[in-house]
Design a protein around this ligand. Structure first.
Ligand SMILES: Nc1ncnc2c1ncn2[C@@H]1O[C@H](COP(=O)(O)OP(=O)(O)O)[C@@H](O)[C@H]1O
Ligand SMILES: [Mg+2]
Length: 417
């Protein structure tokens, strides 16, 4: 089989790495890919948002199966375009992808199908927002409706901040179209975690748990990032949550898909807030999370291609999804300054000195004059399997010292409380 992976991050490298292990996968291609993926297959220039260009590529290169990594092409309807031309795809079609593409749509879905979530109100104008605001106490959560690359949610401590944020989104349009509609939401307290699942719309199979570390500094200080590291299993997850997730979240979710005739085939990444053994949904993402995927897929003990193909062909109930009873840590090496401004083009050294049992995924790297250089805020993901969290931490932190580039930064406390 010739498989095409859409995307360029550590997530897509981890997907390509897992697919490469399948006997059924003969060739891996990526648009646009990255230098890490290039070691597993062939990377091709192109944009993940150029739907027609991707279709043309699939047809010209006789691609058998396309795996869509990021949310933007999914929300734009890449799965629809490819499938409607007879090609097999992993990733939901546009209507289902709206669960991520529109926060208001997603909240309405949850309300309609009795999936526990924070109280909310959708508003379309600043005046409407001022009236709705009176129904909430502080802090209040202000969420831009559309895709905003992690910049669309603001927790507002008081009325002044809420008004400013609403003005920026609804009047000034700082998030462009993404903020022309807004969801006001009750602030939830508790413990945040995510639950990733494979689903073909009929069957849903939860993956193993992972804990991510969103803030840039140790002790969860500083601004949020795309994620500074993950461990799997999630050491902080209370016991017996699996049953609660199934009953309170996954069962009504699947019922909801059925009732709404939503053809959902792919990964659903459910953001949750847990308090007193009760789980509430913060959001749905319609794809793998980055960097959770890097940890989770290293624990997969089944053939990822078989699972993805079964999802695509609505036969997930026919495959076994097995996991290794091991721990994984994934540490992000970032460019100093990230998530604000940072330098690019710094030469990366020392990769060849890393121990063999460490797996490195590329997230923000590029080739320049035969050198591997930094090209993003999150540069590399250092991952290792082990029999304990402690062991995996030792392995990834040892490698983090050996790899070097100017401005290298990483958190010291991945997997610790
Ligand atoms: N209702 C809420 N109560 C408390 N915190 C929230 C709430 N909604 C979102 N958050 C916080 O904001 C973050 C981002 O919100 P989320 O809905 O996941 O949007 P996105 O990932 O698209 O930015 C969450 O990870 C969580 O920390
Ligand atoms: Mg989120």
């Amino acid at each position: 089989m010739k498989v095409l992976v859409i995307g360029s991050g550590g997530r897509e490298h981890a997907i390509a790495y897992a697919l490469k292990k399948s006997k059924k996968v003969d060739e891996i291609h990526a648009i646009p890919g990255n230098p890490g993926i290039a070691a597993l297959g062939t990377c091709h220039n192109g944009s993940v948002e150029d739907l027609e260009g991707i279709l043309k590529f699939v047809e010209e290169h006789d691609i058998d199966f396309t795996v869509i990594g990021p949310e933007v092409p999914l929300c734009k309807g890449l799965a629809d375009l490819l499938e409607d031309h007879g090609h097999k795809v992993f990733g939901p079609r546009k209507f289902a992808a709206t669960l991520e593409g529109s926060k208001a749509f997603s909240k309405d879905f949850m309300a309609r199908h009795h999936i526990p979530t924070a109280a909310y109100k959708e508003v379309n104008t600043y005046d409407e927002a001022m009236i709705a605001l009176k129904e909430f106490s502080y802090p209040v959560v202000v969420k831009a409706d559309g895709l905003a690359a992690g910049k669309g949610v603001v927790i507002c401590e008081d009325e002044k901040m809420a008004k400013e944020t609403l003005k920026e989104m609804l009047v000034d349009g700082i998030l462009d179209g993404a903020g022309s509609k807004v969801v006001l939401e009750e602030f939830l307290t508790g413990f945040e975690c995510s639950l990733l699942c494979f689903t073909d719309g009929k069957t849903i199979v939860p993956m193993v748990s992972a804990k991510d570390h969103k803030q840039v500094y140790d002790g969860n200080k500083g601004p949020n990032t795309g994620g500074m590291g993950t461990v799997s299993p999630n050491p902080f997850l209370p016991e017996n949550m699996e049953e609660i997730f199934q009953k309170d979240i996954l069962n009504p979710f699947m019922e909801g898909l059925k009732k709404d005739h939503m053809d959902y085939r792919g990964v659903v990444f459910i953001g949750l807030m847990i308090e007193n053994n009760q789980a509430k949904v913060l959001e749905f993402n319609v794809r793998f999370g980055d960097p959770e995927t890097q940890s989770i897929l290293l624990r997969l003990d089944s053939d990822l291609f078989d699972i993805m193909y079964a999802v695509s062909t609505r036969s997930l109930d026919q495959v076994e999804v097995k996991w290794k009873d091991e721990h994984v840590a994934c540490l992000v090496l970032a460019s100093g300054g990230y998530p604000q401004s940072y330098a690019k083009g710094k030469v990366i050294t020392g990769l060849e000195k890393v121990d063999d049992d460490v797996v490195i995924f590329h997230a923000g790297t590029a080739m320049k004059d035969d050198n591997l250089v930094t090209s993003g805020g999150r540069v590399l993901n250092i991952c290792a399997l082990g029999s304990s969290l402690q062991e995996t931490r030792e392995k990834v932190y040892k490698a983090a010292k050996v790899i070097d580039f100017e401005g290298k930064y990483y958190r010291q406390d991945i997997g610790l409380r």
